[in-house]
Design a protein around this ligand. Structure first.
Ligand SMILES: [Zn+2]
Ligand SMILES: [Zn+2]
Length: 639
């Protein structure tokens, strides 16, 4: 919500909103970017609206930010056309952290071109040119943009209805087809930066011409821009794809195919440690491990319904003896079959099956992204099957478990979404009203008894049951997808799951799908960025590296390393011919928690000189003392 004011009768003489602001709300005149009245967005250069109440939008409002950034994209487009006259315009929207504009141009933009464009933009801003809004008919708009040779704009206008109200914004000789609103003049763009260039197809379709997209961003002042650029640089340094290469954790080679991950020894060690912790904690909470294969008969996926409602995410048929099989996109039907392998009594419930199950999902190459979006991944999956009496405790148990696991990896802040049915149309949902109400109540109770803040999202539930989604905030302040607790009224009925209840009758059990970490790939990708590659000791693939100062200290270094390994420490030596300084730098780059430097003095006294990652020199101490101090840091957090 922006700043809301009433326009008083005596103030109506002001010719436009900006004037009105300057006369009656001076303190906001500088910060306001646009206004909203009766649900409609307005330019500040527009006349006062009929409405009595008006909302002023600043950079704190999403709509305000978009107006600033989108206006900056117009300024950029003008600069590009001034400097590269053969350039034609496609589209230039505001996006999450800035804006872009797609250009059709014979020039391939290089970094130097971006600098020239920025310089020209600064001139346009210094001129403080007014942006004029003009309303035109469809045929006027077509004539106007045809005359300018803007074929993409003409194509867009032609797709609008005959009687569409079309607006054009122009400044200087530049004109753009645009709904608006915009800043009143270019001088109100105060701090901007062009960030990168990328190829992009017209309308995102690879059969269309390839355009060049310039990304940029804008902020209300230089300080805010600088701090954003700093954060962005930090995020780039922490990018898991970059750290994955630098720390030799994983690769996704072309030879293998997009979205298919090779875990190198160090990345595999991190994954092993996460999995080991995951298994230990599941056993503590009464889960049972199961394993299932990667393919199954297509018939199974018909029974489960995946071949109808999840088909687009599944890979094509695999034929075995003329029968069709499919790679699994989910583990659920396998766990259901294990449940159904014998008659079940209420005395056996709750049953909690868990599996680190590898699944395959169809993803287009364009959306693949490092470890975060892949084609084959291992879910930390579990299915809880229980009676209605047990459901409340089961949901609470899962929620506590999920929060414990995330906190163990240093995540402290969460956002919780409770996705429920659309209040209107209930026909598209599986399960009875009673079941939905009970399920929602148990999810809500778990959230509330744990004192978590949450957002109820009507209409966000999938058709087979309500769910809780938890997002976690990483060390960079970004939100990532975390645990999900999902009811399922579909599979229990499709597979006719049953148990013998205390009343001697067969009943349908309740089933919850849940994942705590999501997938090993996405979770560890996120974890690499969260820690910036500097894993805590218990997760570090190499915990200690021993650096002999000279060749003659090599044997002692090996002896130290083997003693460490006997104490359960992941230790290695660096016996390469290099200066100690170079070895220390390499150990720091590899973000190894401890470097132990050994020379004559250490060798004579059975000691080591300790360097802690990012903290530096900690002095010399006896090896036994170092090991004793390290012990408590070696194992995963306990619940
Ligand atoms: Zn615009
Ligand atoms: Zn499932």
């Amino acid at each position: 919500m922006g700043h809301v004011f009433d326009i008083k009768l005596g103030e109506r003489a002001a010719p436009n909103l900006l004037e009105w602001l300057q006369r009656y709300h001076r303190d906001l005149a500088d910060d306001a970017l646009a206004a909203r009245a009766d649900g409609r967005l307005l330019d500040l250069s527009a006349p006062l609206p009929e409405a009595e109440r008006i909302e002023l939008l600043t950079f704190d409002d999403e709509a305000g930010r978009e107006v600033l950034r989108h206006t900056t994209s117009h300024v950029m487009a003008q600069a590009v056309q001034d400097l590269f006259p053969d350039t034609h315009l496609a589209i230039g929207p505001a996006i999450e952290d800035g804006f872009y504009y797609d250009f059709d141009t014979p020039t391939t933009f290089a970094p130097e071109d971006l600098e020239r464009i920025e310089k020209r933009m600064a001139e346009i801003i210094a001129q403080d040119l007014p942006l004029r809004r003009q309303e035109v008919t469809r045929s006027e708009a077509i004539a106007m943009f045809s005359a300018r040779g803007e074929r993409f704009k003409v194509e867009m206008i032609e797709q609008l209805p005959e009687d569409a109200a079309i607006s054009v914004y122009s400044q200087d000789g530049f004109a753009d087809l645009c709904r608006g609103p915009h800043l009143p003049s270019t001088g109100r763009v105060r701090a901007f930066k062009l960030l990168s260039v990328a190829g992009a197809y017209w309308r995102g379709d690879e059969r269309n011409p390839m355009l060049q997209r310039i990304y940029g961003t804008a902020f209300p002042d230089q300080a805010a821009l600088d701090s954003y650029l700093h954060m962005r640089e930090e995020a780039e340094k922490r990018d898991h794809r970059r750290l994955g290469r630098e720390l030799d954790l994983f690769s996704i080679p072309e030879a293998l195919g997009g979205g298919l991950v090779l875990w190198h020894p160090k990345g595999a060690m991190v994954r092993h440690l996460v999995e080991e912790f995951w298994k230990r904690e599941h056993l503590k909470r009464g889960y049972q491990f199961v394993y299932s294969p990667h393919i199954a008969r297509a018939h199974l996926w018909e029974t489960s319904g995946h071949l109808s409602f999840y088909r687009d995410s599944m890979y094509g048929p695999i034929m075995i003896e003329e029968e069709e099989y499919r790679l699994k996109p989910m583990n659920c039907p396998f766990h259901v079959l294990i449940y159904k392998s014998q008659a079940r009594s209420y005395r056996e419930l709750p049953i909690r099956y868990c599996e680190l199950g590898t699944v395959y999902r169809y993803e287009r190459s364009g959306v693949l992204h490092g470890l975060l979006r892949v084609r084959g991944f291992t879910q930390d999956d579990a299915h809880l099957i229980c009676t209605p009496d047990q459901i409340g405790d089961e949901v609470k148990g899962v929620l506590d478990f999920a929060l414990f696991m995330l906190k163990a990896f240093g995540y402290e802040d969460f956002e919780v979404d409770l996705s429920v049915r659309d209040d209107g149309d209930r026909s598209k949902y599986m399960g009875s009203d009673d079941e939905w109400e009970m399920a929602e109540a148990s999810l809500l109770e778990a959230i509330e008894t744990r004192g978590l803040k949450y957002k109820r999202a009507p209409g966000e539930a999938v058709f087979y049951g309500p769910k809780i989604d938890i997002k976690l905030k990483d060390s960079m302040g970004r939100m990532a997808q975390g645990p999900t607790i999902q009811f399922d009224f579909n599979l229990t009925s499709r597979f006719q799951m049953e148990y013998m209840a205390a009343d001697g009758q067969r009943h349908t059990p309740l089933m919850i799908h849940r994942t705590v970490l999501g997938s090993m790939e996405r979770f560890i990708g996120g974890l690499v960025e969260h820690y910036g590659g500097a894993f805590p000791v218990w997760l570090a693939p190499v915990q200690v590296r021993v650096l002999p100062i000279a060749d003659r200290h090599g044997d002692y270094a090996e002896q130290v390393a083997s003693e460490l390994r006997r104490a359960g420490v992941r230790a290695e030596t660096d016996v390469r011919k290099a200066t100690t300084g170079a070895k220390i730098r390499d150990g720091e780059t590899q973000k190894i928690p401890y470097l132990l430097i050994v020379g004559d003095r250490e060798q004579q006294s059975g000691a080591v000189s300790v360097r802690k990652h990012s903290e530096g020199d900690k002095g010399a101490q006896p090896l036994s003392e170092f090991i004793a101090g390290l012990k408590p840091q070696l194992s995963a957090p306990e619940s």
